[in-house]
Ligand binder design. Structure first.
Ligand SMILES: O=C(O)CCC(=O)C(=O)O
Ligand SMILES: [Fe+2]
Length: 338
Protein backbone atom coordinates (compact mmCIF):
# COMPACT_ATOMS: atom_id res chain seq x y z
CA UNK A 1 0.00 0.00 0.00
CA UNK A 2 1.70 3.21 -1.09
CA UNK A 3 1.03 6.32 0.95
CA UNK A 4 0.99 10.04 0.12
CA UNK A 5 0.98 11.26 3.69
CA UNK A 6 1.10 9.97 7.23
CA UNK A 7 -2.18 8.86 8.84
CA UNK A 8 -3.80 11.17 11.43
CA UNK A 9 -5.03 9.68 14.72
CA UNK A 10 -7.22 11.43 17.31
CA UNK A 11 -6.43 10.21 20.82
CA UNK A 12 -9.51 11.95 22.26
CA UNK A 13 -11.44 8.97 20.81
CA UNK A 14 -10.22 7.06 23.87
CA UNK A 15 -12.62 9.20 25.92
CA UNK A 16 -15.65 8.70 23.68
CA UNK A 17 -16.94 5.36 24.94
CA UNK A 18 -15.64 1.81 24.60
CA UNK A 19 -16.55 1.37 20.93
CA UNK A 20 -14.60 4.48 19.89
CA UNK A 21 -11.72 3.58 22.22
CA UNK A 22 -11.47 0.11 20.80
CA UNK A 23 -11.49 1.47 17.27
CA UNK A 24 -8.70 3.90 18.19
CA UNK A 25 -6.61 1.05 19.60
CA UNK A 26 -7.08 -0.99 16.44
CA UNK A 27 -6.02 1.97 14.24
CA UNK A 28 -3.04 2.72 16.44
CA UNK A 29 -1.88 -0.88 16.22
CA UNK A 30 -2.38 -1.15 12.46
CA UNK A 31 -0.74 2.17 11.62
CA UNK A 32 2.31 1.49 13.73
CA UNK A 33 2.58 -1.99 12.28
CA UNK A 34 2.38 -0.72 8.67
CA UNK A 35 4.07 2.67 8.83
CA UNK A 36 5.48 3.25 12.31
CA UNK A 37 4.70 6.98 12.05
CA UNK A 38 1.54 9.08 12.38
CA UNK A 39 0.20 12.53 13.29
CA UNK A 40 -1.47 12.73 16.70
CA UNK A 41 -4.29 15.23 17.35
CA UNK A 42 -6.79 15.58 20.21
CA UNK A 43 -3.89 15.17 22.66
CA UNK A 44 -4.83 17.90 25.12
CA UNK A 45 -1.38 19.53 25.36
CA UNK A 46 -2.35 23.22 25.80
CA UNK A 47 -1.66 25.43 22.76
CA UNK A 48 -0.39 28.09 25.15
CA UNK A 49 2.38 25.69 26.32
CA UNK A 50 3.26 24.73 22.72
CA UNK A 51 3.57 28.43 21.86
CA UNK A 52 5.69 29.11 24.94
CA UNK A 53 8.09 26.26 24.17
CA UNK A 54 8.47 27.34 20.53
CA UNK A 55 9.02 30.94 21.61
CA UNK A 56 11.74 30.07 24.13
CA UNK A 57 13.36 27.83 21.50
CA UNK A 58 13.58 30.65 18.97
CA UNK A 59 15.08 32.86 21.68
CA UNK A 60 17.65 30.22 22.54
CA UNK A 61 19.01 30.06 19.00
CA UNK A 62 19.01 33.88 18.80
CA UNK A 63 21.41 34.10 21.78
CA UNK A 64 24.92 35.32 21.07
CA UNK A 65 27.24 32.50 19.98
CA UNK A 66 29.27 32.91 23.17
CA UNK A 67 26.24 32.16 25.37
CA UNK A 68 25.53 28.98 23.47
CA UNK A 69 29.16 27.86 23.45
CA UNK A 70 29.34 28.43 27.22
CA UNK A 71 27.13 25.32 27.52
CA UNK A 72 28.64 23.35 24.65
CA UNK A 73 28.30 19.59 25.08
CA UNK A 74 32.08 19.11 25.12
CA UNK A 75 31.77 20.24 28.76
CA UNK A 76 29.31 17.45 29.55
CA UNK A 77 30.25 13.77 29.94
CA UNK A 78 26.45 13.22 29.76
CA UNK A 79 26.22 14.64 26.22
CA UNK A 80 23.98 17.48 27.46
CA UNK A 81 24.00 21.06 26.31
CA UNK A 82 24.68 22.72 22.98
CA UNK A 83 25.91 21.03 19.79
CA UNK A 84 27.15 23.49 17.20
CA UNK A 85 26.26 23.00 13.55
CA UNK A 86 28.47 20.41 11.89
CA UNK A 87 29.52 18.59 15.07
CA UNK A 88 27.03 15.72 14.90
CA UNK A 89 27.13 12.59 12.75
CA UNK A 90 24.51 10.14 11.51
CA UNK A 91 25.82 7.02 9.75
CA UNK A 92 29.22 8.72 9.71
CA UNK A 93 28.01 11.75 7.69
CA UNK A 94 27.69 15.29 9.06
CA UNK A 95 24.23 16.55 10.08
CA UNK A 96 23.60 20.21 9.38
CA UNK A 97 21.81 21.31 12.55
CA UNK A 98 22.48 22.99 15.88
CA UNK A 99 20.72 21.82 19.05
CA UNK A 100 20.49 21.67 22.79
CA UNK A 101 20.07 18.28 24.48
CA UNK A 102 18.15 18.28 27.75
CA UNK A 103 17.80 15.07 29.75
CA UNK A 104 16.44 14.17 33.16
CA UNK A 105 18.00 16.39 35.82
CA UNK A 106 19.74 13.93 38.15
CA UNK A 107 22.94 13.37 40.11
CA UNK A 108 25.86 11.58 38.48
CA UNK A 109 26.37 7.90 39.32
CA UNK A 110 29.78 6.51 40.24
CA UNK A 111 30.74 3.12 38.83
CA UNK A 112 28.36 0.49 37.51
CA UNK A 113 27.77 -0.24 33.84
CA UNK A 114 29.15 2.28 31.34
CA UNK A 115 25.70 3.60 30.47
CA UNK A 116 25.39 5.05 33.98
CA UNK A 117 27.74 7.76 32.76
CA UNK A 118 24.73 9.24 30.94
CA UNK A 119 23.10 10.19 34.27
CA UNK A 120 23.88 13.71 35.44
CA UNK A 121 22.99 17.37 35.26
CA UNK A 122 21.84 19.44 32.31
CA UNK A 123 23.66 22.51 31.08
CA UNK A 124 21.20 25.43 31.11
CA UNK A 125 21.94 28.74 29.38
CA UNK A 126 22.42 31.50 31.96
CA UNK A 127 21.14 34.10 29.53
CA UNK A 128 17.75 32.35 29.15
CA UNK A 129 16.51 31.29 32.60
CA UNK A 130 12.93 30.79 31.30
CA UNK A 131 14.07 27.76 29.31
CA UNK A 132 14.28 25.49 32.34
CA UNK A 133 10.73 26.11 33.60
CA UNK A 134 9.21 25.77 30.13
CA UNK A 135 11.04 22.54 29.35
CA UNK A 136 10.38 21.03 32.77
CA UNK A 137 6.64 21.52 32.23
CA UNK A 138 6.97 20.20 28.67
CA UNK A 139 8.66 17.05 29.96
CA UNK A 140 5.90 16.45 32.54
CA UNK A 141 3.05 16.92 30.09
CA UNK A 142 4.64 14.90 27.29
CA UNK A 143 5.70 12.07 29.61
CA UNK A 144 2.07 11.69 30.70
CA UNK A 145 0.85 11.70 27.10
CA UNK A 146 3.51 9.21 26.04
CA UNK A 147 2.67 6.86 28.92
CA UNK A 148 -1.01 7.02 27.94
CA UNK A 149 -0.10 6.06 24.37
CA UNK A 150 2.12 3.26 25.60
CA UNK A 151 -0.66 1.82 27.77
CA UNK A 152 -2.98 2.00 24.77
CA UNK A 153 -0.50 0.03 22.68
CA UNK A 154 -0.18 -2.53 25.46
CA UNK A 155 -3.92 -3.20 25.44
CA UNK A 156 -4.07 -3.12 21.63
CA UNK A 157 -1.38 -5.82 21.60
CA UNK A 158 -3.27 -8.09 24.00
CA UNK A 159 -1.22 -7.33 27.15
CA UNK A 160 -2.20 -5.71 30.46
CA UNK A 161 -2.27 -1.89 30.19
CA UNK A 162 0.56 -1.55 32.71
CA UNK A 163 2.95 -4.09 31.17
CA UNK A 164 5.54 -1.39 30.37
CA UNK A 165 5.02 0.74 33.47
CA UNK A 166 7.80 -0.72 35.62
CA UNK A 167 10.50 0.23 33.09
CA UNK A 168 9.45 3.87 33.46
CA UNK A 169 8.54 3.95 37.15
CA UNK A 170 11.85 4.71 38.81
CA UNK A 171 14.37 6.46 36.63
CA UNK A 172 12.84 7.12 33.23
CA UNK A 173 15.38 8.58 30.86
CA UNK A 174 13.47 10.85 28.53
CA UNK A 175 15.41 13.27 26.36
CA UNK A 176 14.37 16.53 24.76
CA UNK A 177 16.24 18.05 21.86
CA UNK A 178 15.60 21.56 20.60
CA UNK A 179 16.95 21.61 17.08
CA UNK A 180 17.49 24.28 14.45
CA UNK A 181 18.25 23.38 10.84
CA UNK A 182 19.82 26.32 9.02
CA UNK A 183 18.91 26.73 5.36
CA UNK A 184 21.46 25.21 2.98
CA UNK A 185 19.55 23.67 0.10
CA UNK A 186 18.80 25.28 -3.19
CA UNK A 187 18.23 22.55 -5.74
CA UNK A 188 19.90 19.52 -4.27
CA UNK A 189 18.66 18.63 -0.80
CA UNK A 190 21.35 18.42 1.89
CA UNK A 191 21.44 16.25 5.00
CA UNK A 192 19.77 18.04 7.92
CA UNK A 193 19.83 14.76 9.82
CA UNK A 194 20.65 11.50 8.07
CA UNK A 195 18.36 8.46 7.83
CA UNK A 196 18.06 6.77 11.22
CA UNK A 197 15.68 5.07 13.61
CA UNK A 198 15.08 6.32 17.12
CA UNK A 199 16.69 4.16 19.78
CA UNK A 200 14.10 4.47 22.55
CA UNK A 201 10.44 3.58 22.99
CA UNK A 202 8.53 6.33 21.25
CA UNK A 203 9.05 9.89 20.06
CA UNK A 204 6.66 12.86 20.14
CA UNK A 205 7.90 15.47 17.68
CA UNK A 206 6.81 19.08 17.50
CA UNK A 207 7.76 20.91 14.29
CA UNK A 208 7.27 24.66 14.01
CA UNK A 209 4.23 25.55 11.90
CA UNK A 210 4.61 25.74 8.13
CA UNK A 211 7.82 23.68 7.92
CA UNK A 212 8.51 20.57 5.87
CA UNK A 213 11.75 18.63 5.59
CA UNK A 214 10.89 15.48 7.57
CA UNK A 215 10.70 12.36 5.43
CA UNK A 216 9.61 8.88 6.50
CA UNK A 217 10.55 5.64 4.78
CA UNK A 218 7.66 3.47 3.63
CA UNK A 219 8.06 0.48 1.32
CA UNK A 220 11.17 1.91 -0.28
CA UNK A 221 9.77 5.45 -0.80
CA UNK A 222 10.23 8.60 1.23
CA UNK A 223 6.94 10.17 2.39
CA UNK A 224 6.99 13.90 3.18
CA UNK A 225 5.73 14.69 6.68
CA UNK A 226 5.22 18.46 6.88
CA UNK A 227 4.11 20.08 10.11
CA UNK A 228 0.33 20.04 10.77
CA UNK A 229 -0.83 22.80 13.17
CA UNK A 230 -1.46 21.49 16.66
CA UNK A 231 -0.38 17.91 15.82
CA UNK A 232 2.58 15.91 17.03
CA UNK A 233 4.39 13.50 14.77
CA UNK A 234 4.66 10.22 16.68
CA UNK A 235 6.97 7.35 15.88
CA UNK A 236 8.03 4.01 17.32
CA UNK A 237 11.56 3.55 18.62
CA UNK A 238 13.69 0.43 18.55
CA UNK A 239 12.65 -0.68 22.07
CA UNK A 240 9.01 -1.13 20.97
CA UNK A 241 10.13 -2.99 17.88
CA UNK A 242 12.11 -5.27 20.18
CA UNK A 243 9.17 -5.68 22.61
CA UNK A 244 6.91 -6.83 19.77
CA UNK A 245 9.38 -8.98 17.81
CA UNK A 246 9.07 -6.51 14.94
CA UNK A 247 5.27 -6.40 14.88
CA UNK A 248 5.59 -2.66 15.51
CA UNK A 249 8.07 -0.92 13.29
CA UNK A 250 10.90 1.47 14.18
CA UNK A 251 10.90 3.33 10.89
CA UNK A 252 13.76 5.10 9.15
CA UNK A 253 13.37 8.86 8.85
CA UNK A 254 15.51 11.84 7.93
CA UNK A 255 15.32 15.62 7.61
CA UNK A 256 16.37 17.54 4.52
CA UNK A 257 17.83 20.99 5.03
CA UNK A 258 15.49 23.91 4.42
CA UNK A 259 16.01 26.37 1.59
CA UNK A 260 18.75 28.94 1.78
CA UNK A 261 17.52 32.01 3.67
CA UNK A 262 15.06 30.01 5.81
CA UNK A 263 15.46 27.70 8.76
CA UNK A 264 13.42 25.11 10.67
CA UNK A 265 13.03 24.41 14.37
CA UNK A 266 11.82 21.12 15.77
CA UNK A 267 11.57 19.66 19.24
CA UNK A 268 11.67 15.87 19.52
CA UNK A 269 10.71 14.37 22.88
CA UNK A 270 12.15 10.89 23.23
CA UNK A 271 10.22 8.81 25.79
CA UNK A 272 12.73 6.35 27.17
CA UNK A 273 12.75 3.88 30.06
CA UNK A 274 15.35 3.60 32.82
CA UNK A 275 18.86 3.02 31.51
CA UNK A 276 19.13 -0.32 33.30
CA UNK A 277 15.74 -1.57 32.10
CA UNK A 278 14.94 -4.14 29.49
CA UNK A 279 11.56 -3.54 27.97
CA UNK A 280 9.41 -6.69 28.37
CA UNK A 281 8.99 -8.90 25.33
CA UNK A 282 5.23 -9.14 24.83
CA UNK A 283 3.44 -12.36 24.21
CA UNK A 284 1.37 -11.43 21.17
CA UNK A 285 -1.97 -13.08 20.28
CA UNK A 286 -1.39 -15.72 17.58
CA UNK A 287 -2.87 -13.62 14.75
CA UNK A 288 -0.51 -10.72 15.54
CA UNK A 289 2.49 -12.97 16.11
CA UNK A 290 1.90 -14.36 12.62
CA UNK A 291 2.49 -10.83 11.28
CA UNK A 292 5.57 -10.11 13.41
CA UNK A 293 8.55 -9.60 11.14
CA UNK A 294 11.36 -10.17 13.59
CA UNK A 295 13.88 -7.43 14.15
CA UNK A 296 15.12 -5.22 11.34
CA UNK A 297 18.63 -3.81 11.35
CA UNK A 298 19.61 -0.18 11.08
CA UNK A 299 21.66 1.43 8.27
CA UNK A 300 24.87 0.47 10.07
CA UNK A 301 23.64 -3.11 10.43
CA UNK A 302 23.76 -2.99 14.21
CA UNK A 303 21.45 -5.18 16.25
CA UNK A 304 19.19 -3.49 18.78
CA UNK A 305 20.77 -3.84 22.23
CA UNK A 306 18.46 -5.32 24.83
CA UNK A 307 19.24 -3.08 27.80
CA UNK A 308 18.08 0.43 26.99
CA UNK A 309 21.20 2.12 28.40
CA UNK A 310 23.50 0.10 26.11
CA UNK A 311 21.45 1.14 23.09
CA UNK A 312 21.37 4.79 24.22
CA UNK A 313 25.11 4.97 24.93
CA UNK A 314 25.97 3.50 21.55
CA UNK A 315 23.88 6.16 19.80
CA UNK A 316 25.53 8.92 21.82
CA UNK A 317 29.09 7.77 21.21
CA UNK A 318 28.47 7.55 17.47
CA UNK A 319 26.63 10.84 17.06
CA UNK A 320 29.07 12.90 19.14
CA UNK A 321 32.58 11.52 18.60
CA UNK A 322 34.12 14.76 19.86
CA UNK A 323 32.42 14.40 23.27
CA UNK A 324 33.22 10.68 23.29
CA UNK A 325 36.92 11.35 22.63
CA UNK A 326 37.16 13.88 25.47
CA UNK A 327 35.16 12.03 28.14
CA UNK A 328 34.87 8.38 27.11
CA UNK A 329 37.99 7.46 25.17
CA UNK A 330 38.23 4.25 27.20
CA UNK A 331 34.93 3.03 25.72
CA UNK A 332 35.71 3.66 22.08
CA UNK A 333 37.55 0.44 21.36
CA UNK A 334 35.02 -1.82 23.09
CA UNK A 335 32.80 -3.94 20.88
CA UNK A 336 29.58 -2.68 22.56
CA UNK A 337 30.49 0.83 21.39
CA UNK A 338 31.37 -0.13 17.85
O1 LIG B 1 13.84 17.37 13.41
C1 LIG B 1 13.05 16.49 13.09
O2 LIG B 1 11.99 16.73 12.50
C2 LIG B 1 13.35 15.05 13.40
C3 LIG B 1 14.60 14.88 14.23
C4 LIG B 1 14.91 13.45 14.49
O3 LIG B 1 14.45 12.55 13.83
C5 LIG B 1 15.80 13.11 15.61
O4 LIG B 1 16.47 14.00 16.16
O5 LIG B 1 15.84 11.91 15.99
FE1 LIG C 1 14.69 10.65 14.85
Amino acid sequence: MSLDSLPILDISELDQGEAAASEFRAKLRQVTHDVGFFYLVGHGIPQELIDEVLDVSWRFFALPEADKLAIENVHSPQFRGYTRTGEELTNGAVDWREQIDIGEERATVDGGPAFQRLEGPNLWPEALPELEAAITRWRQELSALALRLLRTWAVALGSPADVFDAAFADHPFSLIKIVRYPGTSDDVAQQGVGAHRDGGVLTLLLVEPGKGGLQVEHEGDWIDAPSIPGAFVVNIGEMLELATDGYLKATLHRVESPRIGTDRISIPFFFNPALDSTVPRLELPAELQAEARGLSSDPTNSPILETYGDNALRYRLRAHPNVAAIHHADLLSRPAAS
